[in-house]
Design a protein around this ligand. Structure first.
Ligand code: PEP
Length: 249
């Protein structure tokens, strides 16, 4: 039996009200209830998490976490607190956070804190430019290895890597499935070189301008374990079509 594909919706700083968030999640819960080949995860703003968690199959995640347990860190949110609310996933190192100054070192501390708090980290990596001399490969390799530097190889299966080339995030079109395939292969090779067979346990996702039309081809042709979706995850009907397309592969 092949493992379930993972589809994660990153809502970013949307929507504006709890009632909208609830109605979006309720609609998705209903429309995806019978799908058995996909695990759907919604990452809403922190403020909505406790109201959206339920016993349904739809999992809830956060979009960030802090690496300390508690204390004088104004505005930060702890991993234990998120777990206690019912979050089970957390996006770490999204390009929008890296652009605000989040470094590989900070990301690596957040990743180990998430794993030790039973949250699945969804670690975002990706180059700014896909240059023709292939420097982007080194950029992505460094981001992957730095993010995982505190994780024991026996725990490596607990993390998810989301490859999101920055130039394809929020863009007019996604990477081609062939390009996604080259990158998923490259990331798996990096993981195997570092962790041997244990590296195979890591799920590798793609993110960047995925919609209901290109989702299935990106997952099958790109040989990825799932998708990280921004804009389309804010439209329950379109997001459902995207999820169904992958479920039916
Ligand atoms: C993202 O920001 O993580 C993302 C994938 O966005 P979009 O799907 O809108 O390109």
């Amino acid at each position: 039996m092949s493992k379930k594909k993972i589809i994660i919706g990153n809502w970013k700083m949307n929507p504006d009200s709890l009632s909208s968030a609830k109605s979006m999640v309720n609609s998705l819960k209903k429309s995806t209830a019978r799908l058995t080949n996909v695990q759907t995860v919604i990452c809403p703003p922190f403020i909505y998490i406790s109201d959206l968690v339920s016993k349904s199959k739809l999992a809830i995640g956060a979009q960030n976490v802090f690496y300390e347990d508690r204390g004088s860190y104004t505005g930060e949110v702890s991993a234990a607190g998120l777990y206690d609310l019912g979050a089970r996933y957390v996006i770490i190192g999204h390009s929008e956070r890296r652009a605000m100054g989040e470094t590989d070192e900070v990301i690596s501390k957040k990743v180990i804190k998430a794993v030790s708090s039973n949250l699945t980290p969804v670690i975002c990596v990706g180059e700014k430019v896909h240059d023709s001399d292939g420097e982007y490969l080194e950029v992505v390799k460094k981001q992957v290895l730095e993010a995982l530097r505190h994780i024991k190889s026996t725990e490596i299966w607990k993390v998810i890597i989301a490859y999101e080339p920055i130039w394809a995030v929020g863009a007019a079109s996604a990477m081609t499935s062939h390009e996604v395939y080259q990158m998923s292969l490259f990331i798996r090779k990096v993981l195997m070189e570092e962790y041997g067979k244990l590296g195979v346990g890591v799920s590798v996702l793609y993110g960047g301008s995925v919609d209901a039309e290109n989702a299935a081809e990106i997952v099958s042709g790109g040989q990825v374990d799932g998708l990280l979706v921004g804009r389309e995850s804010l439209h329950p009907e379109r997001f459902t079509n995207l999820i169904k397309a992958v479920n039916n592969l």
